[in-house]
Design a protein around this ligand. Structure first.
Ligand code: ZN
Length: 142
Protein backbone atom coordinates (compact mmCIF):
# COMPACT_ATOMS: atom_id res chain seq x y z
CA UNK A 1 0.00 0.00 0.00
CA UNK A 2 1.05 3.54 -0.61
CA UNK A 3 -0.52 6.73 0.78
CA UNK A 4 -0.44 10.49 0.38
CA UNK A 5 -1.38 12.97 3.10
CA UNK A 6 -4.37 15.09 2.12
CA UNK A 7 -5.99 17.40 4.66
CA UNK A 8 -9.67 18.28 4.65
CA UNK A 9 -10.27 21.71 3.06
CA UNK A 10 -14.02 22.01 3.49
CA UNK A 11 -17.25 20.09 3.87
CA UNK A 12 -20.12 21.06 1.57
CA UNK A 13 -23.71 19.90 1.87
CA UNK A 14 -26.32 20.02 -0.82
CA UNK A 15 -29.27 18.49 -2.61
CA UNK A 16 -29.14 16.64 -5.86
CA UNK A 17 -31.56 17.71 -8.57
CA UNK A 18 -34.64 15.63 -9.35
CA UNK A 19 -34.41 13.59 -12.56
CA UNK A 20 -30.71 14.31 -13.12
CA UNK A 21 -28.05 11.68 -13.64
CA UNK A 22 -26.24 11.10 -10.32
CA UNK A 23 -22.70 11.08 -11.73
CA UNK A 24 -23.31 13.87 -14.23
CA UNK A 25 -24.83 16.16 -11.57
CA UNK A 26 -21.96 15.69 -9.10
CA UNK A 27 -19.29 15.87 -11.82
CA UNK A 28 -20.60 19.16 -13.23
CA UNK A 29 -20.73 20.63 -9.70
CA UNK A 30 -17.06 19.63 -9.19
CA UNK A 31 -16.14 21.15 -12.57
CA UNK A 32 -17.90 24.44 -11.73
CA UNK A 33 -16.37 24.61 -8.23
CA UNK A 34 -12.93 23.37 -9.37
CA UNK A 35 -12.93 20.48 -6.90
CA UNK A 36 -10.05 18.17 -7.85
CA UNK A 37 -9.84 15.82 -4.86
CA UNK A 38 -12.16 14.68 -2.12
CA UNK A 39 -14.85 12.22 -1.23
CA UNK A 40 -18.62 12.15 -1.17
CA UNK A 41 -21.52 10.51 0.66
CA UNK A 42 -25.11 10.55 -0.59
CA UNK A 43 -28.42 9.46 0.93
CA UNK A 44 -31.68 9.49 -0.98
CA UNK A 45 -33.52 7.59 -3.68
CA UNK A 46 -33.17 6.80 -7.36
CA UNK A 47 -35.78 6.33 -10.11
CA UNK A 48 -33.51 3.69 -11.68
CA UNK A 49 -29.88 2.65 -11.53
CA UNK A 50 -27.17 1.29 -13.78
CA UNK A 51 -24.53 -0.63 -11.85
CA UNK A 52 -21.26 -1.96 -13.13
CA UNK A 53 -19.16 -4.96 -12.21
CA UNK A 54 -15.57 -4.95 -13.39
CA UNK A 55 -14.90 -8.16 -15.25
CA UNK A 56 -11.24 -8.73 -14.29
CA UNK A 57 -10.46 -11.19 -17.09
CA UNK A 58 -12.09 -9.14 -19.87
CA UNK A 59 -10.98 -5.86 -18.22
CA UNK A 60 -14.33 -4.28 -19.00
CA UNK A 61 -17.36 -3.25 -16.95
CA UNK A 62 -20.41 -5.45 -17.25
CA UNK A 63 -23.53 -3.32 -16.70
CA UNK A 64 -26.86 -4.10 -15.08
CA UNK A 65 -29.83 -1.77 -15.40
CA UNK A 66 -32.20 -1.84 -12.43
CA UNK A 67 -35.30 -0.23 -13.84
CA UNK A 68 -37.34 0.42 -10.70
CA UNK A 69 -37.50 2.87 -7.86
CA UNK A 70 -34.73 2.38 -5.32
CA UNK A 71 -33.54 3.60 -1.94
CA UNK A 72 -29.90 4.60 -1.70
CA UNK A 73 -28.67 2.43 1.17
CA UNK A 74 -25.09 3.53 0.76
CA UNK A 75 -23.39 5.78 -1.73
CA UNK A 76 -19.73 6.57 -1.27
CA UNK A 77 -17.31 7.94 -3.78
CA UNK A 78 -14.15 9.84 -4.47
CA UNK A 79 -13.23 12.79 -6.62
CA UNK A 80 -10.01 13.02 -8.59
CA UNK A 81 -8.83 14.04 -12.06
CA UNK A 82 -9.02 11.79 -15.11
CA UNK A 83 -7.92 13.02 -18.52
CA UNK A 84 -7.84 16.64 -17.30
CA UNK A 85 -11.34 16.77 -15.81
CA UNK A 86 -12.92 16.02 -12.41
CA UNK A 87 -13.88 12.35 -12.25
CA UNK A 88 -16.35 11.10 -9.67
CA UNK A 89 -15.97 7.41 -8.81
CA UNK A 90 -19.02 6.12 -6.93
CA UNK A 91 -20.01 2.77 -5.48
CA UNK A 92 -23.66 2.25 -4.61
CA UNK A 93 -25.84 -0.08 -2.61
CA UNK A 94 -29.53 0.37 -3.41
CA UNK A 95 -32.64 -1.51 -2.24
CA UNK A 96 -35.98 -2.13 -3.95
CA UNK A 97 -39.48 -2.18 -2.43
CA UNK A 98 -38.91 -5.80 -1.30
CA UNK A 99 -35.73 -4.65 0.52
CA UNK A 100 -33.58 -6.59 -1.91
CA UNK A 101 -30.20 -4.91 -2.30
CA UNK A 102 -28.07 -4.44 -5.39
CA UNK A 103 -24.58 -3.07 -5.30
CA UNK A 104 -21.83 -2.05 -7.64
CA UNK A 105 -19.92 0.62 -9.46
CA UNK A 106 -22.28 3.49 -10.34
CA UNK A 107 -22.47 4.10 -14.06
CA UNK A 108 -24.24 6.77 -16.11
CA UNK A 109 -27.94 5.94 -15.86
CA UNK A 110 -28.50 6.39 -12.12
CA UNK A 111 -31.44 8.79 -12.16
CA UNK A 112 -32.03 10.82 -9.01
CA UNK A 113 -35.40 10.98 -7.29
CA UNK A 114 -34.01 12.75 -4.21
CA UNK A 115 -30.55 13.11 -2.78
CA UNK A 116 -28.67 14.74 0.06
CA UNK A 117 -24.94 15.00 -0.43
CA UNK A 118 -21.87 15.71 1.65
CA UNK A 119 -18.79 16.66 -0.35
CA UNK A 120 -15.54 16.57 1.62
CA UNK A 121 -13.03 18.54 -0.43
CA UNK A 122 -9.38 17.94 0.36
CA UNK A 123 -6.42 20.32 0.14
CA UNK A 124 -3.31 19.67 -1.83
CA UNK A 125 -2.30 19.00 -5.41
CA UNK A 126 -4.91 17.57 -7.79
CA UNK A 127 -5.21 13.83 -7.47
CA UNK A 128 -4.58 12.66 -11.05
CA UNK A 129 -5.57 9.21 -12.29
CA UNK A 130 -3.13 7.33 -14.49
CA UNK A 131 -3.68 4.32 -16.68
CA UNK A 132 -2.58 1.15 -14.90
CA UNK A 133 -1.31 -1.61 -17.22
CA UNK A 134 -2.09 -4.46 -14.81
CA UNK A 135 -5.76 -3.67 -14.20
CA UNK A 136 -6.48 -1.57 -17.32
CA UNK A 137 -8.08 0.96 -14.96
CA UNK A 138 -7.23 4.61 -14.39
CA UNK A 139 -5.86 4.53 -10.84
CA UNK A 140 -4.40 7.02 -8.40
CA UNK A 141 -0.63 7.43 -8.72
CA UNK A 142 1.83 5.63 -6.46
ZN1 ZN B 1 -15.70 1.45 -9.11
Amino acid sequence: MWCNNYELKTCLTGRLDYNKDLIEDITSFCENENITSGYICVLGALKSATLGFYNQSKKLYDAKIIDKTLEIVNCYGNISIKEGKPFVHIHLVVSDSDYICYGGHAMPGCIVFAGEIFIFETKGPPLIRQFDEITSLYMWPK
